[in-house]
Design a protein around this ligand. Structure first.
Ligand code: 5GP
Ligand code: MN
Length: 335
C-alpha cells in the first residue's frame, strides 16, 4: 500500500471516521465495514458506518449491524456525518457510482479517502488504496490492513466473525477466488476463536421455507439452458416477486446453481425490480463476465462475478443478453 506510513500517522491520533460500502450491501460489504468498525473503535476513533441501501436480513446478527445508517432512509444525517469526517473509508466498492447519491457528497468533501477493495478498475477518488483484484474479498484485505498496522493481536472474536462472514460469502464457502494466502488467514481466524461451523449455519443454513421454495421455482420453471453457448439463464418477473413475497437477500446465490451444470460456463440471473431490471452474471474459469456487465449493462465487478442493470424491462433484457451470445461463442467454447 502506497503512502501507508502517512495513513498510519493519521490514524495515530483519534479521528472522526466514516466507513462506507456499496448499494445492496452483501456479506463482504457489511462484514468488512463492521470488521473495520470494531478494529478502529479500539483505537479511540469516533467511527460511523453508512450503507446506501438496506442490508439483507440474514446479516442482521452481525455485531453492531444495527449501528449502520442507511443513506436512503436518513440522507440528511448521512450527509452530516460525511461532511464532518476527517477520514472516509470506501469498502468493497471501486467507484463512486456504486454508492449513488452518497457518491456526490463523498466527492465534494475534504476528508481523506481510503479505498479497501478487490473490484476491477478502481476510480481515481481515493487518497490511499489497499486494492488487490486477487484478494478473495474485502474482508481479506481488512485483515491485511490490520496486519499492516501491526495489530493482528487486536483481532478479537467480534472482528473475526465479521471478516469470516465476508470471506465465506464472497468465496461461496471457499469455492471461488481462494488462494494459499486466504487459507492461511482463515487458519489464523480459527485460531483466534472464530467458530466456522456456527457461522456456516448462520449464513447458509438459515433459509426460510419460502426461500427454498423460491429456489425450486427458479430451477423448475424459470431456468433456460442454451447448450450451444454453454449458458444458463434464470429469470424472475415482478409477479414472482409478489407471489413469493421476495425480500432483499432472498435471491442471493440463486445464480450460482446454474454453474453446477457441467456444460454451463456462463450463468445469468435476470430479475425485474420496480424501476430496473438487474443482472447477476457468473462464469467458470477464464471466461470473464466483467466486460459483458461493463459494456452492455452499465455494470462491472470481477472476472467471474459481475452485475449490471437495464431499463428496458425483463423480456427485452433477456433478448438483448441472448443476442450478445454469438459474439462470445468461441470464447465460451474454449473456456
Ligand atoms: P451480484 O451479482 O452478487 O449482485 O454482484 C456480483 C458482483 O458484481 C459484485 O462484486 C458487485 O459488486 C458487482 N456488481 C453488481 N451489480 C453491479 C452494478 O450495477 N455495477 C457495478 N459496477 N458492479 C456491480
Ligand atoms: Mn466483495
Amino acid at each position: 500500500m502506497e503512502n501507508f506510513e502517512e495513513l498510519k500517522g493519521l490514524l495515530a491520533v483519534p479521528k472522526d471516521i466514516v466507513l462506507t460500502t456499496h448499494r445492496n450491501p452483501d456479506g463482504d460489504a457489511v462484514g468488512s465495514m463492521l470488521g473495520m468498525y470494531h478494529y478502529l473503535n479500539q483505537h479511540g476513533h469516533t467511527v460511523r458506518m453508512i450503507a446506501p441501501s438496506e442490508y439483507p436480513e440474514f446479516l442482521a446478527w452481525l455485531p453492531d449491524a444495527d449501528q449502520i445508517l442507511i443513506y436512503d432512509l436518513e440522507p440528511e444525517r448521512g450527509r452530516e456525518w460525511i461532511e464532518r469526517a476527517d477520514l472516509l473509508f470506501a469498502l468493497d466498492y471501486n467507484d463512486l457510482d456504486r454508492v449513488d447519491k452518497m457518491g456526490e457528497v463523498i466527492s465534494e468533501v475534504d476528508a481523506r479517502k481510503v479505498l479497501v477493495d478487490h473490484h476491477l478498475l478502481p476510480g481515481a477518488f481515493p487518497d490511499y488504496s489497499l486494492w488487490d483484484v486477487d484478494a478473495s474479498s474485502t474482508c481479506e484485505l481488512v485483515f491485511d490492513f490490520i496486519a499492516l498496522m501491526g495489530d493482528k493481536r487486536r483481532i478479537n472474536h467480534r472482528i473475526g466473525d465479521c471478516l469470516f462472514t465476508g470471506i465465506l460469502t464472497d468465496t461461496g464457502s471457499f469455492k471461488y477466488s481462494t488462494s494459499p494466502k486466504l487459507f492461511r488467514i482463515v487458519a489464523e481466524l480459527l485460531e483466534m476463536g472464530v467458530n466456522d461451523q456456527q457461522l456456516q449455519d448462520l449464513i447458509f443454513n438459515s433459509m426460510d421455507e419460502k426461500g427454498l421454495r423460491l429456489l425450486g421455482h427458479c430451477l423448475y420453471n424459470r431456468m433456460e439452458i442454451l447448450e450451444e453457448y454453454h449458458t444458463g439463464i434464470i429469470t424472475l418477473t415482478k409477479e414472482d416477486y409478489e407471489t413469493y413475497n421476495i425480500q432483499r437477500g432472498d435471491t442471493e446465490g440463486i445464480v450460482n446453481f446454474l454453474l453446477k451444470l457441467k456444460n454451463v460456463k456462463l450463468a445469468a440471473f435476470i430479475h425485474e425490480q420496480p424501476t430496473i431490471t438487474k443482472l447477476s452474471l457468473r462464469s467458470k474459469g477464464d471466461f470473464s463476465v466483467q466486460e459483458i456487465a461493463r459494456d452492455h449493462f452499465k455494470g462491472g465487478g470481477h472476472k467471474n462475478a459481475s452485475g449490471g442493470a437495464s431499463f428496458i424491462g425483463l423480456n427485452a433484457t433477456v433478448k438483448k443478453f441472448k443476442s450478445l451470445l454469438p459474439e462470445y461463442k468461441d470464447r465460451l467454447a474454449k473456456a
